[in-house]
Design a protein around this ligand. Structure first.
Ligand code: NAD
Length: 355
């Protein structure tokens, strides 16, 4: 028999079904749930395998693998970053990922992660801001209004209580798209002509631009005391968004220092530039925001544990529902040592086998 046994079928979440999941759960609830799931895993940070992601760079972009394990479950994400893609009608970032059982090594879930990456990045940003942003923050500047931007805005509204977002992008059409998409989510949007206007009155500044260069989206004189900066776009060697002078004034919080020093705004600083690991703020080992005057910076690059948390969240919500398709991904012979026999029996005509 060539029919695969059920134990070897791998649940798969397609883009269509991921969209359905988000609609069923509700995007605000999903972002809040993801923020909580990521926070829970940051609380048990020391037990995870950790490594800077494995990156394959080209002149136009990067392809990365992001693995981790908590000892029971293993996960990885495949993700790319190609800023030039949007000009060719393609996305800057696409991704898919997998969870596996550490005991058997068998995959437990394969999932689209382009949409899930936008959700988990926004949830991580908002979770970090919950610990770092000034109390009572109500307005966010959103600089860079591409694929990630609406997710960021909704996460900050749902998790941190942001009421109003000042949108700025070098391409006004991107800001208009974001404002259109955000209508109906209870967030006031203001399209701004300059980044200076966007940061006026904002207690939180999110930078989420894509350009493969050391850009200066925010200069030092634009940053007043007391703000929280959520820097998302600088996430690859040679790709940063902030003036180094801002880092000199700010207290900087990171996911995993060995990766952020390679990929984040930290590239611009010496190896002894002090950083605080976000997980230690969450466990209470380190202090987050100290006072209302401090500039806090979350130098986000995206870390494997966030994807692991997001995949587990998805698995818990789709198992046993119609949102998974079962994939024949693993060979599963009745006799585990008779892989070749399984292959032979699959021949349409066993008498005319040609090698
Ligand atoms: P995108 O290409 O869809 O959008 C980027 C936007 O930035 C575009 O609208 C572009 O016009 C705008 N932009 C470029 N230069 C600008 C400037 N100087 N001022 C204002 N706007 C400018 O990209 P995306 O999918 O939204 O991703 C944005 C960035 O976030 C990328 O660099 C990506 O690699 C990064 N990212 C980081 C994480 C993380 O975890 N930190 C996760 C996902 C994506």
């Amino acid at each position: 028999m060539n029919t695969p046994s059920h134990k070897a079928l791998v649940p798969f979440v397609s883009v269509k079904n991921m969209m359905q999941l988000v609609h069923r759960v509700g995007i605000e609830k999903m972002l809040t749930g993801l923020a909580d799931a990521i926070e829970q895993d940051f609380l048990r940070w020391p037990l995870f395998d950790k490594t800077p992601r494995v990156a394959s760079h080209s002149e136009v972009g990067v392809i990365e693998l992001m693995p981790t394990s908590d000892g029971e479950t293993y996960g990885f994400k495949y993700v790319n970053g190609h800023p030039k893609n949007t000009h060719e009608g393609l996305q800057t970032v696409t991704a898919f990922g997998l969870l596996a059982d550490v005991y058997t090594g068998y995959p437990l879930l394969l999932s689209e992660m382009t949409l899930l990456t936008a959700l988990r990045t926004a949830a991580t940003s908002a979770m970090a801001a919950r610990h770092l942003a000034p109390k009572g923050a109500h307005t966010m500047a959103m600089i860079g209004n591409g694929a990630q931007s609406e997710f960021q805005c909704i996460a900050f509204a749902a998790v941190c209580g942001i009421k109003s977002v000042n949108l700025y992008d070098i391409d006004r059409a991107a800001s208009e798209k974001a404002a259109r998409n955000l209508a109906g989510f209870g967030i006031t949007t203001v399209i701004c002509d300059t980044p200076e206007r966007a940061i006026q009155g904002a207690q939180i500044i999110t930078t989420c631009t894509a350009d493969k260069q050391n850009a200066t989206i925010l200069t030092e004189n634009m940053i007043g005391e007391g703000v929280h900066i959520n820097a998302i776009g600088g996430d690859c060697p040679g790709k940063t968004e902030l003036s180094a002078r801002i880092l000199e004034r700010a207290t900087t919080f990171v996911e995993y220092p060995p990766q952020t020093r390679i990929e984040g705004e930290l590239q611009q600083m010496s190896d002894d530039y002090p950083v605080t690991e976000l997980w230690q703020v969450i466990t209470g080992e380190k202090v987050g925001r100290k006072d209302a005057h401090q500039i806090t910076l979350f130098d986000s690059v995206g870390f494997a544990i966030e994807d692991f948390s997001a995949l587990r969240f998805v698995r818990d919500h789709v198992n046993g529902t119609d949102l998974v398709e079962m994939l024949d991904l693993l060979a599963d012979p009745d006799d585990p040592r008779d892989l070749f026999g399984m292959f032979l029996r699959a021949s349409p005509d066993t008498t005319t086998l040609v090698v």
